[in-house]
Ligand binder design. Structure first.
Ligand SMILES: *Cc1c(COP(=O)(O)O)cnc(C)c1O
Length: 385
């Protein structure tokens, strides 16, 4: 049988876990403290109370979370957050479309709008440019909707962005600035961030963030648990929508400590273990620096050889999902065949972009990245390009 550490997993999600985390999960499945294992334990037990409390604390520690914000563990992935968001925070958000996921978030808000004055605004879209960049500055045209005079626009309920576009391989270095097109005045609604694919990868300025969410299965753990970090004042207030199902109200989950109904107990255990590991490794500044070095190694090869062409504009490149293609069509297939022989998984690009994609999440070993770098170099030399 193949040893797990001989597998080089570049999947976009669900994705790699480290050998240590896998071992920890395996042990917890067998038994916790001599009692039932994590899959067989009541979510109402004292043991699980401790597990969920510790998982929260590890995330609070990792993100240096101020007391204004709290962590929830939900289900339904980021996709359910697209729906919960407008139910709870209202539909009148500004949406920045930088890929498929942000488009879906906007679409859900549109579905729920009750009247035109509550219409969500797509204030910027990168679609015409093929989603190869993220904006630094977003100009909002106040004439975009006659029901939004400048006063009401400045009161947008929130600004929704996707911090890392998993499919297209673009990422914000910094949160974009929102300005009124007429007078360039800055507008500052709270950010709502879909951080599914760059959770646990860099520091967050919580003073600007109302809500940050993501499915754990990219960079934070296994599938089936959704991490939501938001302002207490928002998570604990009554939903904006008058007919919000109880299970979709943040308030329900916040007041019950994420135990309103049976949570993904295994997922919460695993996410806690991942956050603890990253804290012990040295925290998010160290992790971000490491991501930078690792991604640069691959981008340098992409830039050096004419065989490769990156999808994203350089200043919008993702440190998590690296998207590129080969300029000689046969080279791509050749590379994928070689990859298979080396036990490299997950290099094929998303069907909507094509080409190749390497996801360099935290759990991917440095050695795996070296092996990928070597494969890319050798393939370029083989094709003489
Ligand atoms: C994967 C992904 C989603 C969808 O997540 P689910 O957990 O499958 O609902 C949403 N947004 C981003 C940025 C993603 O990478």
């Amino acid at each position: 049988m193949l040893k797990q550490n001989q597998i080089h997993n570049f999947n976009a999600g669900p994705s790699a876990l480290t050998p240590d985390i896998r071992a920890k999960i395996s042990t917890a499945i067998e038994s916790i403290d001599g009692g039932p294992g994590i899959l067989e334990l009541s979510h109402r037990s004292k043991t699980f109370d401790q597990i969920i409390e510790q998982a929260k604390q590890h995330i609070e520690c990792l993100y240096e979370l101020p007391s204004t914000h709290e962590v929830l563990f939900l289900q339904g992935g980021a996709s359910l957050q697209f729906a919960m968001l407008p139910y709870n925070l209202g539909t009148r958000g500004g949406f920045v479309t930088t890929g498929e996921w942000s488009r879906r978030a906007f679409a859900e808000a549109c579905l729920l709008q009750t009247n035109e004055a509550q219409a969500p605004l797509e204030i910027h879209s990168e679609e015409a440019q093929g989603f190869c960049a993220v904006p630094k500055k977003v100009q909002i045209d106040l004439a975009i909707n006659k029901h939004h005079d400048s006063d009401s626009v400045s009161k947008l309920d929130y600004l929704h962005v996707t911090s890392n576009n998993t499919i297209f391989g673009t990422q914000y270095n910094e949160l974009p600035i929102l300005v009124n097109q007429a007078d360039e005045a800055q507008i500052n609604p709270g950010f709502v961030i879909d951080a599914s694919s760059d959770l646990f990868s860099k520091k967050v300025d919580w003073s600007k963030v109302d809500l940050l969410y993501g499915g754990a299965q990219k960079n934070a753990g296994p599938a089936g648990v959704t991490i939501v970090i938001g302002r207490r004042s928002i998570l604990r207030s009554v939903p904006q929508h008058p007919f919000c199902p109880k299970i979709l109200a943040y308030q329900t989950h916040a007041e019950k400590g994420s135990l309103y109904h049976t949570p993904n107990t295994l997922g919460i255990y695993a996410v806690g273990a991942v956050a603890e590991w990253l804290c012990l490794e040295g925290g998010l500044d160290m992790i971000a620096e490491r991501s930078h070095t690792r991604a640069q190694k691959i981008y340098d090869i992409i830039d050096h050889y004419s065989l490769y062409e990156g999808h994203a504009q350089k200043d919008s490149r993702s440190l998590m999902n690296l998207t590129f293609r080969t300029t000689i069509p046969e080279a791509e297939q050749d590379l994928l065949v070689q990859a298979q022989e080396l036990n490299i998984y997950g290099l094929k690009g998303h069907r909507s972009v094509g080409g190749l994609r390497a996801s360099l999440y935290n759990a991917v070993a440095d050695e795996s990245i070296d092996i990928l770098a070597d494969l890319l170099t050798k393939t370029a030399q083989k094709f003489g390009a």
